[in-house]
Design a protein around this ligand. Structure first.
Ligand code: SF4
Length: 424
């Protein structure tokens, strides 16, 4: 039997990367062969992201290039679902498969190879039960849910990933147990909003974490992005208490997006700046040096100079350790795209001001890590060395190390976005 070769390229968040890990596992299990050059493949797959305008433009460019090779093409991921017409305008023959339909990848590939176009955009895959092959051999990305409960005015992801569908705790736990047995040392719990986990199936993130920390073995869990929603104050206290567990990274990613309640309301975020700060303060009161990561969108159409100043004030007060700063860009078919947009010059200026402030603050925060000694996990090989993480999820550059090892280091230098260390 002929073994068909496939090539896949992947963009976007951890969830999308894991979708590709699943696609690869399903195809390899069905006798397909993975190649790393689209010219050598019998069929090409692009797993797309549309989170920003610039990323979407890159997707268009890559779909054009892959189409020019005159081989069957499958467009997967968020663009396939949220911008079907745009994809079809570039390549009307390409098959389309949405993030929630990836369990159908084998049949879609088989049909596409014989010239049948498939459009699979309304699936219901249980990703906790699907196999996956890790891009990083020691990091298991575990999607705990798909979609979310929110209706943010700027977000195209909602159009792609839909309403919340949480996977069962027992399925997730089984996946994590198998991953640990197969040498995973880091578990990334990911979804579009981890704070919403379980609301559709009568459970929640606390129950999930309590179940996962019972699993035997040495591994660290990274809890991915949570909106400051869906938890009552007492539950936030309980969640923060759980983060003290030795298996959970002291790392909290809560995206605030703006320091202005008016803008948050316009974005339909569903919380106030004060509620966001409550979350952070509860976590900080229980875990002093917890790493705080947040996201800011600068230049939302209704953001005035005053609103922007409130964001600056918030960042000064919050002193976060990581800020994912994005310039607002209108996404097709979203409510915010219909609003009168701010001039790009204003957005650029505001972004630059915030960028400089964030660099100053994160550098200042990192001073406390100089000469720190403790345990890290070497979880990434880069060109000129390794990146290791301590239990606070601080990235520490090491010139020499053994990938995948837990080891002890001393921090010898600091920068605004990473630390430098050596093994002791
Ligand atoms: S969920 Fe968002 S970040 Fe992830 S691939 Fe889709 S658009 Fe990109």
């Amino acid at each position: 039997m002929q073994r068909y070769k496939f090539y896949i390229e992947t963009y976007g968040c951890a969830a999308n990367k894991n979708d590709s890990e699943i696609i690869i596992a399903l195809l390899l299990n069905n006798e397909f062969e993975l190649v790393n050059d689209p010219k050598k493949a019998d069929i090409n797959i692009i797993n797309t992201c549309v989170v920003k305008q610039a990323t979407a433009s890159r997707m268009v460019q890559r779909i054009r290039y892959l189409s020019s090779l005159n081989k069957p093409l499958i467009v997967a991921g968020c663009m396939a679902k949220a911008e079907k017409e745009r994809v079809e305008k570039i390549n009307s023959k390409a098959s389309l498969i949405s993030p929630n339909s990836i369990d159908k990848i084998v049949e879609v590939v088989k049909d596409s190879l014989i010239g049948i176009k498939r459009v699979e955009l309304n699936g219901n895959s249980n990703k906790a039960k699907l196999p996956s092959i890790r891009f990083n051999p020691i990091i298991e990305i575990v999607q705990i849910a798909s979609g979310c409960l929110s209706f943010c005015t700027f977000c195209e992801t909602k159009l792609a990933r839909g309403n919340l569908k949480s996977y069962r705790i027992s399925d997730i736990k089984e996946k994590v147990i198998n991953a640990i047995k197969n040498n995973a040392k880091e578990i990334w719990l990911t979804s579009q909003d981890n704070s919403a986990y379980g609301k559709d199936i009568g459970t929640n993130l606390i129950d999930l974490l309590e179940s996962l920390i019972e699993i035997e073995g040495k591994f660290w869990i990274r809890v991915g992005m949570m909106n400051p929603l869906h938890f009552k104050k007492l539950e936030v206290e309980k969640l923060a208490e759980l983060f003290k567990n030795e298996k959970i990274f002291k790392f909290l990613h809560v995206p605030v997006q703006s320091g202005s309640n008016k803008v948050l309301n316009d974005m339909r975020r569903g919380y106030t700046v004060e509620e966001f700060l409550d979350w952070i303060n509860i976590f900080r009161s229980k875990i002093k040096d917890i790493t705080i990561a947040t996201d800011i969108i600068v230049g939302y159409p209704t953001e005035t100079e005053k609103d922007f100043e409130l964001t600056i004030e918030l960042i000064k007060e919050l002193k976060p350790d990581v800020v994912n700063l994005s310039k607002f860009s209108p996404r097709p078919n979203t409510y915010a795209a219909k609003l009168k947009q701010l001039h790009s010059k204003i957005i650029d200026e505001r972004s630059k001001i915030l960028h400089n402030l964030i660099r100053e603050i994160t550098l200042e925060n990192n001073k406390k890590w100089l000469n720190w000694k403790g345990e890290v996990l070497v979880d990434e090989k880069i060109e000129d060395g390794y990146i290791a993480r301590n239990i606070y999820y601080k990235p520490i550059f090491l010139k020499n190390a053994n990938f995948g090892d837990f080891t002890n280091v001393k921090v010898t230098n600091i920068y605004s976005n990473f630390l430098v260390g050596e093994i002791i």
